[in-house]
Design a protein around this ligand. Structure first.
Ligand code: BEZ
Ligand code: FE
Length: 297
């Protein structure tokens, strides 16, 4: 027989129940989860009422989830967990474009357009020319890279949030690079917007005195066989929320320039340049921060 449960040996009491046959990775993950969650409860002296409030919060979070809404991911995003898992999973060499949070508004199969196409279909917002290059770490242009982009409209909503208001595929498109590795398309200068905040995550943010806003950004996903897929954004420089994105997605290297310049027709438009650098599969930094995390306890 293994030991009884007590406050002092709570972790051992739970973890020693795992069998010899338990998958080693599952044993590591569940063992550490129990270790940390018990330490947390002891550290804050969690009361029964607080434990029940937590259970009710998670229950409400689950109940509001649907095919269209994933409140648990939103919770993970706002607690910085999504960005942490993303950082660990996408350690890239210096010079490669960094990842950031994927978000819930990507739609597979956006229309594929010729370079230069305007992806803004609702005629709202400030026109903006997006351009740049897609290169490898050695500086060679990458031909055949697919750039999938999506952004909100001038009112701060993605087309999928307003299917009865916005044209389908508004502010979305896919572009394939030619031999020069260059891309260009027209859209609108994105605007900052609040994440869905009418559910438990919004209540949590309010209780913590946090706002639900994300700084304006253009989402991008870049894929090419033999290269690490990039899931990222370019952020609008000067946005007031850059320093406190509610999902912690901002990285300095992802802030893009936005300048007012005349276009070919002589109209003044925004112009944003964002160069993308892809790392090949296997071109990793392999900096493993696990031991540092263990020391932090
Ligand atoms: C977004 O940028 O689309 C997003 C990211 C995380 C949570 C909600 C929205
Ligand atoms: Fe977004």
């Amino acid at each position: 027989m293994k030991g009884y449960f007590s406050e002092s040996r709570s972790v051992e009491a739970v973890n020693e129940r795992m069998s010899e046959e338990t998958d080693p990775r599952l044993e590591e993950i569940m063992g550490k989860l129990v270790t940390h969650i018990h330490a947390f409860v002891k550290q804050v002296n969690l009361t029964e009422a607080e434990w029940m409030a937590g259970i009710e919060f998670l229950t409400r979070t689950g109940r509001i989830c649907s095919d269209e809404r994933q409140e648990f991911i939103l919770l993970s995003d706002t607690l910085g967990l999504s960005m942490l898992v993303d950082a660990i999973s996408n350690r890239r060499p210096d010079g490669a474009t960094e990842n950031t949070v994927f978000g819930p508004f990507h739609v597979k199969g956006a229309p594929e357009y010729e370079m230069g196409k305007n992806i803004s279909l609702d005629g709202k917002g400030e026109s903006c020319l997006f351009e740049g290059t897609i290169k490898d770490l050695q500086g060679a242009p990458i031909e055949g890279a697919e750039l999938d982009v999506w952004s909100d409209n001038a009112d701060g909503y993605y087309d999928v949030q307003q299917p009865d208001v916005q044209p389908k595929w508004n502010n979305r498109g896919r572009f394939i690079t030619g031999p020069d590795g260059c891309y260009s398309f027209r859209g609108i200068k994105p605007v900052s917007y609040p994440i869905p905040s009418d559910g438990p995550v919004g209540q949590m943010l309010t209780a913590l005195g946090r706002h639900p806003y994300r700084p304006a950004h253009m989402h991008l996903m870049v894929t090419r066989e033999g290269f690490q897929t990039i899931v990222s954004h370019s952020f609008v420089e000067g946005d007031p929320y850059l320093a406190d994105d509610t999902v912690f997605g901002v990285k300095q290297s992802l802030v893009a320039s936005f300048e007012r310049t005349p276009d070919a027709e002589g109209d003044t438009v925004w112009r944003s340049r964002f160069d993308i650098v892809m790392a090949r599969l296997g071109e990793d930094t392999n900096v493993d921060l696990r031991s540092a995390a263990a020391d932090e306890k």
